[in-house]
Design a protein around this ligand. Sequence first.
Ligand code: ATP
Length: 268
Amino acid sequence: MPVGSDRNVEGAAQPPPLGAGAAADRIAATGAAAPILSVNNIEVVYDHVILVLKGVSLTVPKGKIVALLGANGAGKSTTLKAISNLLSAERGEVTKGSIIFDGEEVHARSPNELVRRGCIQVMEGRHCFAHLSVEENLLTGAFTRGGAGAAIRRDLDLVYSYFPRLKERRSATAGYISGGEQQMCAIGRALMSRPKMILLDEPSMGLAPQLVEEIFKIVGDLNAKEGVSFLLAEQNTRMALKRATAMCWKAAAWCSTAMPRPWARTRT
Ligand code: ATP
């Protein structure tokens, strides 16, 4: 089906378009204190035997940014993949606990269903489609949603308004743009699905400090202006805490390799 054509996604509630209302309106309508995500005491096992997470709990209030901090191998990516249901691709599974996104237990939901419901992950390492142009990459982000081509075009313009660099590079092949531009492309592509929440895995990885600053500023703007909630897994504690706005509680975690515990740091 051509990108940008009309599509009806069966059973999927269509979220409001990005930029259609101020973040404050959206948050006020839903109640600022209500969590968009709660992870309750989950356990994750890889290959049926490797226990990687145990007793991890955290909450992301609607319209907030929560930073999930931890060292290499602490289990941040695993926590995000557990939420977005991507673990099965790596022979991992959530064996205990529950994950509630937007009022609904999501354990049985496929990753694409979750995207339709507004929860999308931007994986560590950017993962753009290397042979597609920047704009084609962005358009793939609209694949799971319905809506007319005109609406998709509007959202594309909105993405370009947040990432003017992507507009300049719209025809460039994604495999040949810089790491920072690829990270922007990956976040922009996620935005094209009209998310309520983005699980953002180490956006600072391998980028120059100036670019990291630029990307985190855009994340802050998306949160403030579009009301997108973020769960932000980072090793760059200073930068993550600069942008984290949500108040949540510590995420107790345990790794089989006795790595440091990741924790959710929050701030009002
Ligand atoms: P990083 O910052 O390096 O990505 P992280 O905090 O995101 O680290 P994870 O990638 O979640 O950590 O890894 C947590 C633990 O789970 C590590 O000990 C890792 O070796 C292990 N692990 C991750 N993926 C798998 C897998 N597919 N099979 C087995 N073990 C895994």
